[in-house]
Design a protein around this ligand. Structure first.
Ligand code: AMP
Ligand code: GLY
Length: 424
């Protein structure tokens, strides 16, 4: 029996998920709300915003859509899953209470403290003067985080006291992240390699994906401002199966158990971001969704029908489900608008995607693109150029050849994605 599916969102992650869903022999029709210039090639874009729960639910009822999928922070944290479930509609993703693990860094840190899950030392403040005093007491480097969602921009790595003072002023006094900055988490700075873990869970059973590595900062050599993530590899060659088992035992399993014990049992993708510090692995943050661009590399490597996985989560039958991966490596390089993550211009025509996709192993996912007869840039992260290869080196060479074929005004990308892993 086929199933019609609606996917909520419109970034590179959603193009990758839509691309994979479209390959399922069990798919009837695929809709994406609102989608982007790439999702229109694999399904039908519907112009409804991701926070318009009532309109999305009405559309799903009208079209008798059998499964809705949401892997975006804001709708999940705002309770899209509860909204759908209350109307008797099938939806994949965590409920509002479970999504707090991403929506409130203060909640996540408290849970980790109580469940002895390794994380950076921290304190939570709602009072600016107290926060300031703490920072002066602790000294630098220190990390200042808005507790709520802030489009990946609420975290400042402060190497001087004056940087920490301005971060606290922006979040707590100037309120640049509005209510997301009511609470502030201040934590110790951790050195080490960053890893992305993804665990698929139906609330009772979970299964781990291969470990991936994102590159967060805009500048080469991990310098400059943080972005939403601008280049990812999977698997990470130096992470062994035993290490992954250890991370499961120390981080994923106890987190899922602690959530369940709080009546917030988690179904969907739990994505802890980790630092492999000199004091062992430590959790930087939890996400209640697929990473972006992590989803773009996972979808290239996943062999199993993703609809089977989504439905097993919704039905609570993940234990009976196997999950298979292609061998080899995938890399994704994000092409950004010049200026991102600060101000940038949009509306520039994009050329060369077809030429890029003629190269072996290459697929281009759209993130910030729009199509009005011409394909144009419409966001900071514009495209994700992915390539598979038998080795990491082969995947890298293919992707970097492909990025040269694509052009738009102001195109920027990092030339060192995967370079550290290759050298390790
Ligand atoms: P978060 O949203 O909390 O993951 O923070 C965004 C990025 O900031 C992370 O992916 C890290 O690169 C960096 N970061 C966050 N917390 C720390 C920390 N305690 N020490 C070092 N880097 C951090
Ligand atoms: N890759 C970073 C994120 O999705 O949060």
């Amino acid at each position: 029996m086929t199933v019609d599916v609606l996917l909520v969102g419109g970034g590179g992650r959603e193009h990758a998920l839509a691309w994979k869903i479209a390959q399922s022999p069990r798919l009837g029709k695929l809709y994406i709300a609102p989608g982007n210039g790439g999702t229109r090639l694999v399904g039908e874009n519907i112009s409804i915003g991701v926070m318009e729960f009532e309109k999305i639910a009405q559309f799903v009822e009208e079209k008798k859509i059998g499964l809705t999928i949401c892997s975006m922070d804001n709708p999940l944290v705002s309770g899209i899953v509860d909204f759908f479930q209350a109307r008797g509609l099938r939806i994949w993703g965590p409920t509002k209470v479970a999504a707090q693990i991403e929506g409130s860094k203060a909640f996540a840190k408290q849970l980790m403290r109580e469940a002895s899950i390794p994380t950076a030392d921290f304190a939570v403040f709602t009072n600016h003067d107290e926060a300031l005093r703490y920072v002066h007491e602790k000294g630098v480097p220190v990390v200042v985080k808005a507790s709520g969602l802030a489009l990946g921009k609420g975290v400042s790595i402060c190497r001087t006291l004056s940087e920490a003072e301005s971060a606290l002023k922006e979040i707590m006094l100037d309120r640049v992240f509005k209510d997301s900055g009511t609470e502030v988490v201040i934590e110790e700075y951790l050195d080490g390699e960053e890893l992305s873990i993804h665990a698929l869970s139906d609330g009772k059973t979970h299964v781990l994906f291969p470990v991936s590595q994102d590159h967060k900062t805009i500048g080469e050599g991990d310098t400059g401002k943080n972005t939403g993530g601008i280049g990812t590899i999977v698997p990470v060659p130096w992470v062994s199966a035993d290490t992954l088992k250890d991370l499961d035992a120390r981080v994923v399993k106890p987190t899922l158990e602690a959530l369940a014990a709080r009546g917030a049992s988690f179904a969907g993708i739990l994505y802890p971001g980790l630092k492999m510090s000199s004091q062992g692995p430590k959790v930087l943050e939890f996400n209640a969704r697929f990473g972006d661009p992590e989803a773009q590399v996972y979808m290239r490597l996943l062999k199993t029908d993703i609809l089977d996985l989504f439905e097993a989560c919704v039905d609570g039958t993940l234990q009976r489900q196997t999950i298979e991966w292609e061998t080899g490596f995938t890399i994704n390089i994000v092409l950004c608008s010049g200026g991102y993550p600060d101000e940038y211009k949009k509306g520039f025509p994009i050329t060369g995607i077809e030429e890029a996709e003629k190269l072996p192993g290459v697929v281009v996912f759209h993130a910030g693109t729009t199509f009005d007869g011409t394909l144009k840039t419409s966001g900071g992260r514009v495209l994700g150029v992915s390539a598979v290869g038998a080795t990491l080196k082969e995947a890298l060479d293919r992707a970097y050849e492909a990025v040269e074929k694509i052009n738009f005004e102001g195109k920027y990308f990092r030339r060192d994605i995967g370079a550290k892993a290759l050298a390790a």
